[in-house]
Design a protein around this ligand. Structure first.
Ligand code: URA
Length: 510
């Protein structure tokens, strides 16, 4: 076997064998295959594609190039949630505590932001005292005691992906679905989850700009998970506008606090949170325990496409059904330290109600009930309590978190940061807030980084008062931007003026 033959084969659109793919990744890692040869192969993959088996083999070869976490001692199915990256996406900080409160273990390894895309660890790092540097022992202990942990990816997870990504970045080979899917899934599979819920972002602020390619990416990642023996579902969610009101790091934590205390909840964020929680819960042991094995067999695993405008999900292709995975989870649960009975005892009576539902009733009624429970956990303050417990367990200052509930105290925190208001240029309806431009403005303000090593300003970013669909009068405040530097504020205002459209025509129609 030699690399030239492998490149030639892919150049002619032929299917690579598992042995050829492993040989390539091993050779790349030990230096026997050169960067220019890998680059040529990447371009051939970009142009000719890869089938599901090849993409899975590439993913697994990358996964095994470094550490692979073993979370089996948790004794329950670990469900992970992964977003392909967006602007203002703080869902992990909300979904995690809800899941932990529902008894589903959340073992999260998050990344830092890069480019216009924010990262959960940067948001958490804006909380004084919070540490995302967690030892292996502490990681397991937090899952067992708090039910949730979020650690920075310090492990040597999928180093072949880092190597390949660096080459893709400089050879024009980033935008290939098999390469993106294998890059994301190699890290997911290395971080030890048994089941994965993917939030594939679609729109101007995302990798995937249109629905067709977002669906294709979702399907490719689900195929990889399936062939690797993991349960997986995907949601495709809108990223044409920022998610929620805040874009930045501490600003997004403030929005999370406002959301969990019920002070201010953005509808799009609420609906996405409920949907992600529902998907995670359905894949967890808790759901299986509640609805029993037979019921599970009636569940379709689908790609869901969420349309924020009509506030509805449409189900598209049925991707897979894999009841044996549930059976396996059921057996493993016998060793769990977490007893579902204990959790149900403390839970809302609505959760206990679910237990009495008959197997064949796994229908819309059950799903509605589940969504109702998740909603109650948010509105009743249980998720906020768990959020504070999680922050405290990783060293974060809970009094600081509580101070974010008070607008006056927030003003004090931002007292030394420069700010400016974005106002409506005319009366009308806001018809556009371009997510990519919001991402660029936030990067300009200092909330993001261009290179992995760059520093960020935790206070920088954008806090919106209005979002798409809102009516505004000329001069009315649409939002406030924060930065440490005057020049950055000026540049960000220019970008945001381009990003926001206020339609007089729409206004006159109303
Ligand atoms: N995120 C990744 O981890 N890899 C890609 O290739 C694209 C997005």
């Amino acid at each position: 076997m030699n690399i030239i033959e492998i490149i030639e084969k892919k150049k002619h659109g032929l299917v690579l064998s598992k042995e050829e793919i492993y040989f390539t990744i091993e050779g790349m890692m030990n230096g026997t295959i050169k960067d220019y040869q890998i680059s040529a192969l990447l371009m051939a993959i970009c142009l000719k594609g890869m089938n599901a088996q090849e993409t899975t083999d590439l993913t697994l070869a990358m996964r095994y190039s470094g550490d692979v976490l073993d979370l089996s001692s948790i004794g329950m199915t670990v469900v992970d949630k992964h977003s392909t990256g967006g602007v203002g996406d703080k869902t992990t900080l909300i979904v995690g505590p809800i899941m932990a409160e529902l008894g589903v273990p959340v073992a999260k390894m998050s990344g830092r932001g890069l480019g216009i895309t924010g990262g959960t660890i940067d948001k958490l790092d804006s909380i004084p005292g919070f540490s995302s540097d967690v030892s292996d022992e502490k990681f397991m202990e937090l899952i067992k005691t708090v039910g949730m942990v979020d650690a920075a990816q310090t492990k040597n997870l999928a180093p072949a992906d880092k190597y390949l990504y660096a080459l893709r970045d400089v050879t024009g080979t980033v935008d290939s679905i098999p390469l993106i899917a294998s890059s994301i899934m190699s890290k997911k599979l290395a971080s030890g989850a048994d089941a994965i819920v993917l939030d594939v972002k679609c729109g101007s602020g995302a990798f995937m700009k249109d629905e067709k390619s977002a669906k294709q990416l979702a399907k490719t990642m689900i195929d990889i998970a399936y062939l690797a023996g993991k349960e997986c579902t995907a949601i495709i969610s809108d990223m044409n506008q920022p998610l929620g009101y805040a874009v930045g790091n501490l600003l997004e934590v403030i929005e999370v606090v406002q959301f969990l205390t019920g002070k201010r909840q953005n509808n799009r964020l609420l609906e996405l949170v409920i949907r992600l929680c529902r998907e995670m819960y359905v894949l967890s042991d808790m759901f299986e325990w509640l609805y029993k094995d037979e019921a599970i067999k009636h569940l379709d695993r689908r790609i869901h496409h969420f349309n924020f405008e009509s506030k509805s999900f449409s189900d598209t292709d049925i991707i897979m059904e894999c009841p044996e995975i549930y059976e396996d989870a059921y057996n493993r649960r016998a060793y769990s330290d977490i007893n579902p009975d204990d959790i149900l005892e403390q839970a809302d009576p609505a959760v206990r109600f679910c237990e009495s539902i008959k197997d064949d009733a796994i229908d819309r009624r059950v799903i509605d009930r589940l969504e109702g429970i998740i909603y109650d956990f948010i509105q009743g303050g249980r998720a906020y309590k768990k959020f504070k417990e999680f922050i405290a367990a990783q060293g974060g200052d809970v009094r600081f978190i509580e101070s974010l509930e008070d607008d006056e105290k927030v003003k004090e925190i931002f007292a030394n940061e420069l700010s400016a208001q974005i106002t409506a240029p005319n009366s009308g309806i806001i018809t556009q807030m371009d997510a990519e431009l919001f991402g660029r403005a936030s990067l300009e303000l200092g909330a993001g980084r261009i290179t992995k090593e760059a520093d960020i300003d935790p206070l920088a970013g954008i806090m919106l008062d209005k979002t798409v669909g809102d009516k505004v009068e000329k001069g009315e405040v649409i939002g406030t931007i924060y930065s440490a530097e005057k020049e950055k504020i000026k540049n960000a205002i220019n970008i945001l003026n381009e990003a926001i459209l206020v339609s007089e025509e729409q206004y006159n129609k109303e």
